[in-house]
Design a protein around this ligand. Structure first.
Ligand code: ATP
Length: 479
């Protein structure tokens, strides 16, 4: 597991310098693990979300989308198990009073061992951790921390409390008077909005099993260790799909969605050796099988998506708590049943970080007589914030007018950028740094033969093409 902290820091700085991602409320020194997307980051994020939506909803005739509220009836979270079970084992350092997630402390130690060239010890540690977590063995987990001489990064001591559970949901009050009974939660996952609407959607859409319901939206978790940029945030966005199936068919559908989701990841142009599956040993309270798709971030292999076989856990519990039937009548079997569910759940922000990590490249372009370099973001054109920059070579001689005409012709179809300031070289570099795949330059020859120079971001090669081909060339690459 190659960890490249410098590269990670360089990506974070680049994101801030070029308008992708800022710390939230930065003028007040920020808010821990909360981030804002700037002008290019929000375009990138939207493009990724649209691409997911297109692949999941538009391309699958048996999947529909919804948009449920963040606030839900509080009983939802009782039924889903989140009130009782959505907690992580935590441990506090008595000297610094700092709280840690036990698995994060142990994983950090495993990373350290790996860096020290002790991969076997690292593996053994992770396996022991998995076994203890699966058994909810809190005493064993504390011992494992102590035996590995893990210390608090603030106090430097190993003076630990016992391991305890800590609920990750944020709560707030609905209405004007604060009272226990008014407590509601900010949803910690979008999935429950789909489950409670299962019958509304199935009936009004006359959907037949197997079918899926997808949605994207914000989720909130009071993460304890949240210091990995947008990898782990307290407010983040998920893109989830719940696929409803006949009980007993969950194994095949789980395998099917594992494969489909990996294909989606590879369709981003990322090489297969950057991904791996991690099968869960300790299953969440709702699952009978689960795995993560992990991507090799600059901070190591980490989860970007989870695929879970959720059985009928959620619908059955909602039926019990709401006293409303959550059943489906299967015409072919002539039988009522509560469907089983396969879930695919991917973090939008983690996908943004994955796409940024993959795209970021520092290039040395020095020649014998000149030092030169550039930072380029090699986004797939369909995800790039801007698709095309239109640049008149000079601000006179009628060139801006021609460039404006191209801009007006293209901007209804995709996001374009017009710029006339600075040398053409500087303008190209700025476009490289935000990942714009194409630049067209309008020069004096354009006036004579209606051609422009198109420059390709990745190769930096240039060619002349007729103005009439610009739009279709860009469009072909972003569909
Ligand atoms: P982790 O083990 O990293 O905390 P998880 O297994 O709890 O993640 P899930 O509940 O399966 O995550 O959520 C599905 C997806 O939502 C994750 O794969 C991840 O991409 C995203 N996600 C979860 N928590 C966060 C977070 N705090 N910040 C950003 N994305 C998150």
């Amino acid at each position: 597991m190659a960890i490249d902290t410098n590269r990670f820091q360089a990506i974070i700085s680049h994101c801030k310098e070029y308008g992708f991602i800022f710390p939230s409320s930065e003028i007040y020194d920020g808010l821990a693990a909360v981030y804002d997307y700037g002008q290019w980051g929000s375009e990138l994020k939207k493009n990724i979300k649209d691409y997911w939506w297109k692949s999941m909803v538009q391309m699958n005739e048996n999947i529909v989308g919804i948009d449920a509220s963040i606030f839900m009836h509080p009983t939802t979270w009782k039924a889903s198990g989140h009130v009782d079970n959505f907690s992580d084992p935590m441990i506090d350092n008595k000297d610094s009073k700092k709280r840690y997630r036990v698995d994060h402390l142990l994983e950090a130690k495993a990373d350290e061992l790996e860096k020290e060239g002790k991969p076997e010890q690292s593996d053994i540690l992770l396996k022991e951790m998995d076994t203890l977590l699966a058994a909810n063995d809190f005493v064993g987990l504390k011992k494992l921390i102590e035996n590995n001489k893990i210390v608090c990064s603030v106090s430097g001591t190993g003076n630990w409390t016992d391991v305890r559970q800590f609920n990750l949901m944020f709560s707030t009050q609905m209405g004007s008077v604060s009272d226990e009974s008014d407590t509601i939660y900010l949803r910690p996952e979008t999935a429950q909005g789909i489950f409670v609407n299962f019958l509304n959607v199935q009936k009004t859409g006359r959907l037949k099993i197997p079918f899926g319901i997808a949605q994207t939206g914000k989720a909130f978790r009071n993460e304890i260790v949240a210091r990995q940029f947008i990898f782990r945030m307290r407010e983040f966005e998920q893109m989830e799909m719940q696929f409803f199936i006949r009980p007993g068919t969950q194994k095949e559908w789980y395998a099917y969605w594992k494969e489909e989701r990996m294909k989606w990841h590879l369709s981003l142009g990322i090489s297969p050796d950057k991904y791996r599956f991690h099968d869960h040993v300790k299953l969440a309270h709702y699952a009978d099988a689960a795995c993560d798709i992990e991507y090799n971030f600059p901070i190591g292999f980490k989860e970007v998506e989870g695929i879970h076989s959720r059985t009928d856990f959620d619908l059955r519990n909602h039926q019990e708590y709401s006293k409303k039937k959550m059943q489906y009548f299967d015409n072919e079997l002539n039988q009522n049943y509560i469907p089983y569910v396969i879930e695919t759940s991917i973090g939008l922000d983690r996908t943004v970080l994955m796409v940024l990590s993959e795209a970021y490249e520092e290039q040395d372009l020095s020649t014998a007589d000149k030092k030169d370099s550039r930072v380029v973001l090699k986004f797939p054109p369909k995800l790039a914030p801007l698709k095309l920059a239109i640049l008149p070579l000079v601000k006179k001689d009628g060139l801006p007018e021609i460039a404006r005409e191209i801009m007006n012709d293209c901007k209804p179809y995709f996001r374009c950028f017009y710029e006339e300031k600075d040398t053409i070289g500087k303008r190209y570099r700025r476009m490289d740094a935000i990942g714009t795949p194409y630049c067209v330059t309008v020069d004096h020859q354009t006036k004579e033969d209606q051609t422009v120079t198109i420059r390709y971001r990745d190769t930096m090669q240039q060619e002349r093409i007729p103005i009439t081909q610009v739009k279709s060339k860009v469009l072909e690459s972003i569909i």
